[in-house]
Design a protein around this ligand. Structure first.
Ligand SMILES: [Zn+2]
Ligand SMILES: [Zn+2]
Length: 307
């Protein structure tokens, strides 16, 4: 299961009821924070998301509306006595962007680890043992005015465990849990691997988060059959397409088109310009392309469960 919470849906400047960009993905009591705009802490508290349980902050790029919440968050975590390290990932320029953030945050009670994601992504269990085996965060390139990337959070699901096979291989019941957790176990001097006792992999869960970007093929690839695409929709109308491209953003309609092309199951729109007073009024443009498009709002939340 993945609990998804939108913490902020504004672009550029915060509005009453619309904080700057952030979203939380939580699973088995641990969280990932996607971007950390101004207002993230308040929004998380209002939504009941504990940022003490955040292991990773994944930044899409270093524009202020996506990172100005970080110094305050680091300071709060210190005042709450956090000791667990916090991993911060982002595109090219992470060290330069984080230097002033760290300076503003002052002395911290925990380590901040700056990490560039490898192409295969980050295995979250390597960051905290409570993450399920198969939970992975990967980045994909996006098209903004500065180095930027979107994120794909995937929860792979192993095949069904087959106790009769484990028994036939002589694996004692006390070791079954380890196999179910994806670990090989030793039985009478031989290693038994999980694939020997499980069926074909089952459909897992996928959430893609674009950050600021114009439409591009890598979003379609990342969001292919995703359970949820959280996509920026900065500009309201088709008439804004040229301006959106110039600024490295997209329109409601373009977000809908991307979700449709990717075959995503759900689409949440976010990152609205101040011109978008009522996202619902602009939604028909997105729904013309992707009928199920949902206008994201601060505090919007959903639990994605395995089929
Ligand atoms: Zn932005
Ligand atoms: Zn930006």
């Amino acid at each position: 299961m993945i609990d998804v919470t939108l913490l902020g849906t504004a672009a550029l400047m915060p509005l009453p009821g619309r904080a700057l960009t952030a979203a939380a993905l939580c699973c088995m009591g641990r969280c990932l924070l996607l971007d950390c705009g101004e207002g993230t802490q308040v929004a998380a508290r209002a939504a009941g998301v504990s940022l003490m349980s955040a292991d990773v902050v994944a930044l899409t790029h270093y524009h202020g509306d996506h990172i100005f919440g970080l110094p305050g968050l680091l300071q709060t975590l210190t005042s709450q006595g956090r000791e667990a390290p916090l991993t911060v990932v982002g595109p090219e320029g992470l060290e330069d962007a984080m230097a002033p953030v760290m300076k503003l945050a002052g002395r911290l009670s925990f380590d901040v680890r700056l990490v560039r994601l490898p192409p295969e992504g980050l295995r979250l269990r390597d960051v905290h043992a409570a993450w399920p085996e198969g939970a992975r965060l990967a980045a994909f390139p996006t098209r903004h005015r500065v180095p930027s990337q979107g994120y794909l959070f995937a929860l792979a699901r192993a095949g069904r465990f087959m106790p009769e096979r484990a028994a036939a291989l002589g694996v004692p019941v006390r070791l079954w849990k380890a196999l179910q957790n994806g670990e090989a176990v030793e039985v009478s001097g031989r290693m038994v691997t999980p694939d020997e006792v499980t069926g074909a992999p089952r459909r897992g869960l996928k959430v893609a988060f674009t950050g600021d970007t114009s439409p591009c093929e890598s979003i379609v690839e990342a969001a292919r059959e995703a359970d949820l695409l959280i996509c920026e929709a900065t500009f309201p109308s088709d008439g804004d397409a040229a301006l959106a491209l110039e600024r490295g953003h997209m329109t409601f309609s373009q977000a809908g088109a991307l979700a449709a092309e990717a075959g995503a199951r759900r689409l949440w729109l976010c990152h609205y310009s101040q011109r978008v007073e009522d996202p619902e009024a602009c939604a028909p443009a997105a729904r013309a392309r992707f009928p199920g498009a949902v206008c994201g709002a601060d505090g919007m939340r959903m639990t994605l469960a395995y089929e």
